[in-house]
Design a protein around this ligand. Structure first.
Ligand SMILES: Cc1cc2nc3c(=O)[nH]c(=O)nc-3n(C[C@H](O)[C@H](O)[C@H](O)COP(=O)(O)OP(=O)(O)OC[C@H]3O[C@@H](n4cnc5c(N)ncnc54)[C@H](O)[C@@H]3O)c2cc1C
Length: 409
């Protein structure tokens, strides 16, 4: 493979933690970089900004990030490496200053959504497999999400594209078998698919209400723990928690602990959620081995009717429904590219630089999106992907800016 010579133009899609770090690595190597961000920097992280991260700050930042921020402002003090920051603190204390640093700020385009991309002048089936597709660059269609010129479109060009658009904007479906429940498409805007701030900004939506919580992952666990705490404060708050897999009735473990979990905070969350499920004397009722068949939102009554299947089959009513059924990669962006292994179906979550090759020359998917539906992605995994990626782009197997910079910061 030929090295991409500097100063080629690299487009980074998404200014999340991995997009920013990938852009920074590229800038240190002398590439021109544009970062296109649909919303504001770290938009997805801000959506769960009230939550405390599992991974300590030292695992969420790179030596390059520290070096850039110290060069920018010698009086800047990073958070301690062992600090467990909230998403909001991580954004304020690290990601925002990084995005505003001299190396990145000029190429940062916030409120700019990438809505399509292809090769500049080539159709998806052309020059199939003959290795010449990389002779033309990429053409990106951008759309402004800024209130002033909302919807205005323009085209940008790039020699290399790194897609780090994450998964948090595209949820899985609530229904039995992973497809939408009957009525879910109509009720979608009334459902919560992410992490609510039930003890803060969203308190009034959940206090003194009956909530149906669906899912057995860590987002469900976080929502459960918050809702249970809310129930201790507002005692007519009730939570019915359903999980697809059946649990042992006596010792339910709806959140399956990760063996020898290296992140103690994540292990603790699983323990607390499982304890809440096992305890009869609280406001949480576990329905394991149960799925959602149908759901209807009654706007006049402000409540849902829900039909359940499985061990607790029947008709129920709830004021709120929180569907923590996971997220997925949005592959529409790449439909005009020769991507042979879409993140959606496989995830490229196996180690090794060769797993970053997508089939389309000079197009790469990194970060949470590269794991598709596998929610185990951590920022530390993304930093390793970045290191590997630039050994490919620079065609230098030994290239490791993180190692060379680590001793200097
Ligand atoms: C509740 C919760 C807690 C978590 N805690 C941790 C933790 O402790 N440690 C950890 O390592 N990981 C944690 N994660 C996982 C975390 O989300 C990821 O590690 C991290 O955010 C992934 O970064 P990313 O840059 O790949 O994607 P994202 O953070 O998802 O960023 C993607 C960006 O792309 C933008 N975008 C999307 N589509 C477009 C488009 N078409 N055009 C332009 N821009 C677009 C989005 O607005 C967003 O800013 C947690 C996740 C959740 C949900």
């Amino acid at each position: 493979m030929m090295a991409i010579e500097t100063p080629s133009r690299i487009a980074v899609l998404g200014a999340g933690p991995i997009g920013l770090e990938a852009a920074l690595y590229a800038r240190y190597l002398g590439y021109d970089v544009d970062i296109y961000e649909r919303g504001r920097v770290a938009d997805h992280v801000r959506r769960w900004g009230h939550a405390r991260m599992f991974s300590p700050f030292g695992q969420n930042r790179s030596p390059l990030g520290l070096a850039a921020l110290k060069a920018q402002d010698p009086s800047w003090n990073p958070p301690a490496d062992d600090a467990l920051l909230t998403g909001r603190q991580f954004t304020q204390d690290y990601l925002l200053p990084l995005a505003q640093s001299d190396l990145l700020v000029d190429g940062l385009h916030e409120e700019t959504e990438v809505i399509a991309m292809g090769r500049d002048g080539l159709l998806v089936g052309e020059l199939d497999g003959d290795g010449n597709r990389d002779e033309v660059g990429f053409r990106l269609l951008l759309r402004s999400t800024r209130p002033l010129d909302h919807g205005r479109q323009r085209v940008a060009l790039a020699d290399v594209v790194i897609d780090t658009t994450g998964t948090y904007g595209h949820h899985n479906w609530l229904g039995h078998g992973g497809i939408p429940a009957v009525g879910e498409l109509g009720a979608e805007e009334h459902l919560e698919y992410g992490l609510s701030d039930v003890l803060g900004a969203d308190r009034d939506r959940y206090a003194s209400r009956r909530t149906l919580l669906v899912g057995d992952g860590y987002t469900a666990a976080s929502n459960l723990v918050g809702l249970a705490e809310l129930a201790a404060q507002a005692t007519d708050t009730w939570i019915t928690w359903i999980t697809r897999l059946a649990c042992d009735e006596k010792l339910p473990q709806p959140i399956r602990p990760i063996p020898n979990d290296p992140l103690p905070e994540r292990a603790r969350l699983a323990r607390v959620a499982n304890r809440l499920a096992a305890d009869d004397a609280n406001h949480v009722t576990l329905f394991s081995g149960t799925t959602v068949d149908a759901i209807t939102w009654h706007a006049d009554l402000e409540r849902f009717s829900v039909r359940l299947l499985g061990k607790h089959a029947g008709e129920y009513e709830f004021d709120r429904v929180v569907a923590n059924v996971g997220f997925r990669a949005d592959d529409r962006l790449t439909s005009e590219l020769q991507v042979t292994a879409p993140a959606e179906s496989t995830g490229s979550n196996s180690p090794g630089a060769e797993n970053l090759l997508t089939g389309e020359p000079d197009f790469y998917v990194l970060g949470a999106k590269s794991y598709g539906r596998d929610s185990r992605f951590l920022i530390a995994d993304g930093l390793e992907q970045i290191r590997q990626l630039f050994t490919i782009i620079g065609d230098r197997a030994e290239l490791n800016l993180y190692a060379s910079m680590a001793g200097l910061v």
